[in-house]
Write a protein that binds this ligand. Structure first.
Ligand code: GDP
Length: 298
């Protein structure tokens, strides 16, 4: 399922790893090269070191020599870096489930919300969206356009208005319209004079105060083409708003798919979905094994 969207990552990453592990002699140089390749593939330094040393230990300890053996062990190690997605906050039965979607501007947040709304509506959920990014007129309009296309209502407020008030209105609207799934879009501007994390915390508080145990899921959208930068952002969001899962977008247009391993290993966050294109159906539920297999396809 990831096959086509992983083409670039596969070419940049595993084509070359395959050459390395096919080498006749696994000397010091091969291990150094492997480390460098994994770092280039955006696994991040820490994760790349861990993978190389784990592989090396197994190869030496078990006397592995063939390429098939090495590849099998490498797959196992990579898979071990990815936390199992586990149950999401969406699966429990409740009257109203609230999903907060966070991420910086340009990450693909609005498109992802539209894709999620489309998917969940298709699963029989009664979805409503809240445009709580009150800074960008374009963001509100864009969400409204997507809402019409998907066929779900969108609650929006005034430009420059209070994002917490939009969240509150959306909760009331969800109840009045008998919706069971509210997805809240949030601001994503990184600006020194403005505290994004405080704004997100405020929306979180409004949700918690008005809906039991909300938000039930906090999805962080990260742009897969930005590699390690995205990882640093993710760490900040995780700390400030309690991210419960990640959506990695634009996997189709990047060779940096290796960052998925760093998100799993360094942040311990499950990737829930990946974006593989600009259309409404271009969102794939993340499956760790299928992802690793996709990297090794011939
Ligand atoms: P936002 O500022 O975070 O809300 O970002 P948008 O949702 O407006 O997306 C920014 C751009 O990325 C748009 O041109 C989208 O079509 C594009 N985009 C979003 N997700 C994907 C994806 O999975 N693959 C590709 N190729 N493009 C995407």
């Amino acid at each position: 399922m990831f096959s086509e969207s992983l083409r670039r990552t596969r070419q940049a990453f595993l084509g070359r790893i395959a050459q390395l592990i096919g080498a006749t002699e696994l000397d010091e140089e091969v291990w150094d090269d492997m480390e460098a390749l994994l770092i280039q593939a955006d696994l991040g330094v820490e994760t790349a070191l861990k993978v190389t040393s784990a592989l090396r230990k197994r190869v030496q300890g078990e006397g592995l020599t063939t390429r098939t053996q090495l590849e099998a062990v490498l797959r196992e190690i990579l898979l071990g870096l990815l936390p199992a997605p586990g149950p999401s906050g969406l699966e429990d039965e409740r009257l109203l489930t609230v999903v907060l979607v966070v991420g910086v501007n340009g990450s693909g947040k609005t498109t992802t919300i539209a894709k999620l709304a489309h998917r969940w509506k298709g699963e029989g959920r009664r979805v409503i969206l809240a445009a709580a990014d009150t800074f960008r007129a374009a963001a509100i309009e864009q969400l409204e356009v997507w809402g019409r296309r998907v066929g779900v209502p969108v609650v929006s407020g005034q430009i420059g208005g209070d994002a917490g008030a939009v969240a509150y209105d959306a909760i009331c609207a969800a109840r009045a319209r008998d919706c069971d799934l509210l997805v809240i879009d949030t601001a994503g501007r990184l600006h020194t004079k403005y505290n994004l994390m405080e704004e997100l915390k405020k929306i979180r508080r409004v949700a918690a105060k008005n809906v039991h145990a909300a938000p039930h899921e906090v999805l962080l959208v990260v742009d897969g083409t930005t590699g390690q930068n995205a990882l640093q952002q993710a760490a900040r969001f995780k700390e400030a708003v309690g991210v419960t899962g990640v959506v990695v977008t634009k996997l189709d247009s990047t060779a940096r798919g290796g960052m998925v391993f760093a998100i799993g290993h360094e942040l311990g966050l499950p990737v829930r979905y990946v974006g593989v294109g600009e259309g409404l159906d271009d969102l794939v539920a993340f499956d760790p094994r299928a992802f690793v297999d996709g990297l090794f396809e011939e």
